[in-house]
Write a protein that binds this ligand. Structure first.
Ligand code: 5AD
Ligand code: SF4
Length: 448
């Protein structure tokens, strides 16, 4: 049967969708050319904000309506919302054939076989003590790959649904991660992004290294040690990891990032707020000063370090003064890019018991202000790169203008340039920057 997967949410979901696609292909199914053409449609859902769930529910409703004209079409759900709603999903979407929770990706081919044999409304969500089943299956195309190294999250930030839907932390054994990346590198992958909700907690909740394994660089913390080994895998020219937490920005991490030339000098380090009072209510486990100290540690090790972040506006009790603290923090930290979110209460989280007292219009105003600030800041920071030469991993035709090509700098900035004949995606090119916009750099390719 021909399948397609519709993915919402973060890179973790993108990776899970890819693994499911690879497993379905291994089970005799084939990727459909378009959604219309698909006999199996799977929605991979996100629960992080109410809106994300509404979108997935709307999509599922439309897909199930198409079953009337297409008997035999299979519609399934996976991901965070499947985990959160459990069997309750069939009350909302009665024609849904299956729903698989966050740690149940590997079961999906079997669930589809059961639906093909006549069952429907099958639900398979994980329990917190289930051993996670992580697939190392990849689709075998492309030069860049996501690798899940840490599942779940043990932090309990007051606003966040992730610990409920993705379970407690589980770090995959280092040998498994290394084998997966080595195999990918043999198939032409040159860039890997190591994924975890709080990725620097890798190897802390459960052991990942065989006893006595030595680190040539003398690194002792599990995550920097993993970086060191991945950096030595032949063919891997770029390593990224996401997302960070200030507590993981140790001197040792900074040393590892400086030491190995293939580790990109970029980190996505969500700050969420610049107000100590709100950070405490959010239970983030750091103060504004701690956050800025973490950033300083990284900048001291890497003068070309690029920093991106997430911010929530309108958390319960956030006053105009708290919001102004966020604005000044964003200037002090000098973010290259920032994703701004309006607070959305999530059922069962500690913050859901607090009064959602910032009016929607005020959340919107704060959101717009931070976006405008970030545009100015982003452009000013990018202007400083005009005249520099950036090493760009070439991705292909630019989204806006297909004649020009785009790629990413080590700092994760999009760089647009005119490609010479015969340029191939996956090439490392040198591009001299001639012009800067808030989110994009433009330049001329000098060579590779
Ligand atoms: N409301 C709004 N934004 C949220 N995020 C997480 N939970 C919520 C919520 N309840 C944001 C955080 C996180 C990003 C992935 O989504 O900023 O870093
Ligand atoms: Fe959404 Fe969070 Fe789940 Fe990612 S982990 S899909 S951001 S709820």
């Amino acid at each position: 049967m021909r399948f397609t997967i519709h993915t919402y949410g973060c890179q973790m979901n993108v990776r899970d969708s890819e693994a499911v696609a690879a497993m379905l292909a291994a089970n005799g199914h084939a990727a459909a050319a378009s959604e219309d053409d698909a006999d199996i449609v799977i929605v991979n859902s996100c629960s992080v904000r109410g809106k994300a769930e509404d979108k997935a529910l709307g999509k599922l409703g439309l897909l199930c309506a198409t079953k009337r004209d297409r008997p035999g079409r299979i519609v399934g759900l996976m991901g965070c919302m499947a985990q959160r709603l459990g069997e309750g999903i069939f009350k909302r979407i009665p024609l849904l054939d299956f729903s698989a929770g966050t740690r149940r990706c590997c079961a999906i081919p079997r669930l589809i076989a059961r639906v093909m044999a006549g069952e429907t409304n099958i639900h398979d969500v994980s329990r917190p003590d289930d051993m996670p089943d992580v697939s190392d299956a990849h689709c075998g195309e492309g030069f860049s790959a996501f690798i899940t190294i840490l599942l779940g999250c043990n932090r309990r930030c007051a606003y966040c649904i992730v610990p409920d839907v993705r379970g407690p932390e589980y770090s995959r054994p280092a040998a498994e991660v290394i084998a997966e990346i080595t195999a990918l590198a043999r198939h032409g992958v040159c860039e890997v992004t190591l994924l975890g909700q709080s990725v620097m907690r890798y190897g802390i909740a459960n052991a990942v290294w065989p006893d006595g394994a030595a680190s040539p660089g003398g690194l002792t913390e599990p995550f920097p040690r993993l970086l060191e080994v991945v950096a030595a895998i032949p063919g891997i020219t770029r390593i990224r990891f996401t997302s960070g937490h200030p507590s993981g920005c140790t001197a040792e991490l900074a040393r590892a990032m400086r030491l190995f030339p293939n580790i990109c000098h970029h980190l996505h380090l969500p700050v969420q707020s610049g107000s100590d009072r709100i950070l405490k209510l959010m239970r983030r486990g750091y103060t504004r000063a701690d956050y800025l100290a973490a950033v300083r540690r990284l900048r001291e090790a890497m003068p070309d370090f690029a920093l991106t972040t997430d911010v929530i506006v309108g958390f319960p009790g956030e006053t105009v003064a708290d919001f102004e603290d966020t604005r000044t923090l964003m200037d002090e930290a000098g973010f290259d890019n920032a994703f701004i979110f309006k607070y959305s209460p999530r059922p069962g989280t500690p913050a859901a018991a607090m009064k959602d007292d910032v009016p929607a219009a005020e959340k919107m105003r704060r959101n717009q202000l931070l976006l405008a600030d970030q545009d100015t800041r982003g452009e000013a920071l990018n202007q400083r790169l005009v005249g520099s030469t950036q090493e760009v991993l070439v991705e292909g035709p630019s989204l806006r203008n297909g004649k020009r090509w785009a790629g990413r700098s080590p700092g994760n900035k999009i760089v647009v340039f005119d490609p010479p004949d015969g340029l191939r995606p996956g090439t490392l090119a040198h591009v001299r920057i001639t012009r800067a916009a808030p989110q994009t750099l433009y330049g001329e390719m000098m060579g590779n």
